[in-house]
Design a protein around this ligand. Sequence first.
Ligand code: HSE
Length: 308
Amino acid sequence: MKKSIKIFAPATVANLCCGFDVLGCCLDNVGDEMIISLTSEPGVKITKIDGANLPMETHKNVAGVSVEALLKKYGKEIGVEIEIYKKIKAGSGIGSSAASSAGAVWAVNYLLENPFTAHELVAFAMEGEKLASGNAHADNVAPALLGSFTLVRSYNPLDVVRLNAPSDLVMTVIHPQIEVKTSDSRSVIKQNVKLKDAVQQWGNVGGLVAGLLTEDYELIGRSLEDVIIEPLRSILIPEFKAVKEAAILKGALGCGISGSGPSIFALSKGEVTANLVAEAMQEIYSKTGLDFDIHVSKINSQGVRIMK
Ligand code: HSE
């Protein structure tokens, strides 16, 4: 017995400025590939990792622990083999660990003929995030599994809401080739927040959600603001301020840190603006001497998908 599928496991942008640990969205043309197989020998095995130096031991691998969490709940002895072809670099801030975790549980669920809903898969994939960063945040795995934009309304109990996105939104992401570990980037955040900052932040979260649902691009732009996390984390990212100013000048609706960084994202209305933003980002980074990648992507409304 060997049933296999090849999947695309998308990159994601978490936080979206105001929504630390609660908002995220799914990219369309940036992501990993994985081949997942059911086998007759029970147990989860990582049989290949290409493109990254990551642990092959199941209990140390984010895809491995996520699938083990799924199988524990499924309750039957199943054999799973996982091949991972990494295209998203670890520590990039565009959901590298989330892609592996979400892709693996989505594919195993598919091969088992969908015993779990996509919403239920989020909890299994969060086990991978817990292993990767010490914190089971869902703002990358939820959009990877559900597509579009997602809001984690509550962690306990887990309540994830998928939000439709206006069709003209396009994401530009610059990824400086320096690794910022999510655990390190979380350690610079203060545990206490001033009430006046909290008021501004939750106003923006509400504004962003309303803007997405009513396709109000200007409201989306006004709401892409982070008064709590960005001031602390942006110091870890070379040229953050210059990139943000240039993106806004070129017409981006908003710009901020992608997840825990070092990637910087900008959301624009339409591909023309998103490409102008990409050029402006490139111009700034070309002068730093640092290597970088730039992606321009539509929002992926589907999430993980099967590849032919
Ligand atoms: N919400 C998480 C953080 C996302 O900002 O630490 C990590 O990609």
